[in-house]
Design a protein around this ligand. Structure first.
Ligand SMILES: [Zn+2]
Ligand SMILES: [Zn+2]
Length: 126
């Protein structure tokens, strides 16, 4: 089930994340799957440090502009590219695995992790 969330800066999506953190960088639209938030919350608890969302929801136009895959899970609000200050992406990937993410992509340069809730396991390095 997809949940469309209005962008209200005062309203938290969960304990650690706000809807605007997932908003498309070009238009501010937000679409976020509740399972994505649940697993990010679990990851945040495992890490014990702030998780920065580089890219959450992307509208089709923005996804194309940033060279995302045509059927990218970002377009469905089911993916996030995340960074944790000072954390090694490979270690981060191990924790994402524990948090229960399905798709996990490690991007050592520039150092971020893609996580998604596609419903089946997928692992890659970008
Ligand atoms: Zn957009
Ligand atoms: Zn991604």
């Amino acid at each position: 089930m997809l949940g469309v969330v209005s962008v209200d800066e005062r309203r938290g999506l969960s304990e650690y994340f706000k809807a605007r953190e997932f908003a498309c960088r070009c238009c501010g639209m937000v679409l976020v799957h509740p399972e994505l938030v649940r697993k990010l919350e679990a990851l945040r608890h495992l890490i014990g440090a702030p998780v920065f969302i580089n890219s959450g929801y992307r509208c089709a136009g923005h996804n194309k502009a940033v060279g995302g895959a045509e059927r990218s899970y970002h377009v469905f609000g089911m993916a996030a590219d995340i960074q944790v200050e000072g954390a090694d992406p490979v270690k981060l990937a191990e924790m994402a695995e524990k948090a229960g993410f399905d798709g996990i992509g490690v991007y050592p340069e520039p150092g971020f992790l893609h996580v998604d809730v596609r419903g089946y396991p997928a692992r890659w390095e970008g």
